[in-house]
Design a protein around this ligand. Structure first.
Ligand code: NAI
Ligand code: ENO
Length: 307
């Protein structure tokens, strides 16, 4: 099914290259144009055969494209929009995949011509890896993609973009950008910040050697190290560009941590037990809702063992 004649991918890291692989595998475009800033990444994308044409010039890449997908760190969205805006085709759909939405909209919107349909997006799918080698076909299958269109967005363009993500196997939801940023602050941004923090704390401990951290990190800590291995540029940008929602959630988190700290100090086992039971139920409902494919398998075994 050819959905678009020409798709331009600006940024060809984990997300851009996964899109390229899926678009190719599913035949969603007659032509894929790949553009990225760094010459080495562009060369690697070509070696991997991710597109039909390659250019270091984002402004050249978008010429004549019916769909333009910007997959760069959120802090670079405005600069990319400024460069590509003059060459966007009238009637084209412009979208992105950034982990924060209000800031991306604020950065890109001023440059988007009136005759281009700008519909921001965010696939809730990824890994801790980055770069074109890290991407893979099927990344978006069974995952949510959140679109945050303006209230007056063109329904036909919105429908076309929805169908595009559905063709990649995603479930699509739409919501206001501010709401997206609050939800993602708690379910994605805070977990990464907590992971960066705990791994940093372990690294700073004078009484625990680095080799002990490596040797004994078989369980809980290991899960945090995966998240804490995520791309520093990407996560610096997420923190700086979803500042208010993250700070609000961090304040709530700190209050709840103080409650936990107090319960431990005063030996209030009932409070600890109540919280740990409530959180276990949340994990079970996530698995039952089929939200976590790999963890669901693992979780089912883990729960079977216990029950
Ligand atoms: N990594 C993940 O799991 C997920 C990431 N995202 C979002 O997708 C976007 C891309 O992330 P990844 O593909 O993981 O990153 P990546 O680091 O794998 O790739 C980033 C791409 O952007 C290009 N780039 C970097 N700085 C640039 C700049 N200043 N100007 C122009 N191009 C630049 C790089 O050359 C590369 O092609 C980010 O906005 C991120 O928030 C969304 C969902 C999941
Ligand atoms: O690797 C993980 O566990 C992730 O959480 C991936 C991820 C990172 C950023 C996003 O905006 C969406 C998904």
């Amino acid at each position: 099914m050819i959905a678009f004649e020409r798709i331009a991918l600006i940024g060809i890291g984990l997300i851009g290259s996964s899109l390229a692989r899926d678009i190719r595998a599913k035949g969603l475009a007659r032509e894929i144009i790949v553009s990225t800033r760094s010459p080495e990444t562009l060369r690697r994308a070509e070696e991997l055969g991710l597109g039909d044409r390659y250019t270091a010039s984002a402004e050249d890449a978008v010429r004549g494209a019916d769909l333009v997908i910007v997959s760069v760190p959120v802090g670079a969205s405005g600069a990319v929009a400024e460069r590509i805006a003059p060459n966007l085709k009238p009637g084209a759909i412009l979208t992105d995949v950034g982990s924060t939405k209000a800031s991306v909209i604020a950065q890109m919107s001023p440059f988007v011509p009136e005759n281009v349909h700008f519909i921001p997006g965010h696939p809730i799918a990824g890994t801790e890896k980055s770069g074109p080698d890290a991407g893979f076909a099927g990344l978006f299958k069974g995952r949510w993609c959140i679109l945050t269109p303006a209230e007056d967005a063109d329904p036909v363009a919105l429908d076309k973009l929805t169908q595009f993500w559905q063709a990649l196997g995603s479930r699509v939801d739409t919501m206001a950008a501010d709401h997206h940023d609050k939800v993602l602050a708690i379910v994605s941004h805070l977990p990464h910040i907590i992971a960066y923090n705990i791994v940093g704390t372990a690294d700073d401990l004078e009484t625990v050697t680095e080799s002990e951290v490596i040797q004994y990190s078989a369980s809980g800590f290991r899960d945090f190290t995966r998240l804490a291995a995520s791309d520093p540029t990407m996560w610096r940008d997420v923190c700086l560009h979803n500042r208010d929602a993250i700070l609000e959630m961090l304040a709530r988190f700190s209050e709840d941590l103080a409650y936990l700290q107090r319960a431990i100090r005063w030996g209030e086992g009932d409070k600890l037990f109540e919280l740990f039971s409530r959180t276990r139920d949340i994990r079970r409902s996530i698995i039952e809702a089929g939200q976590d494919v790999e963890a669901a398998d693992f979780g089912r075994h883990a729960l079977d063992d216990k029950d």
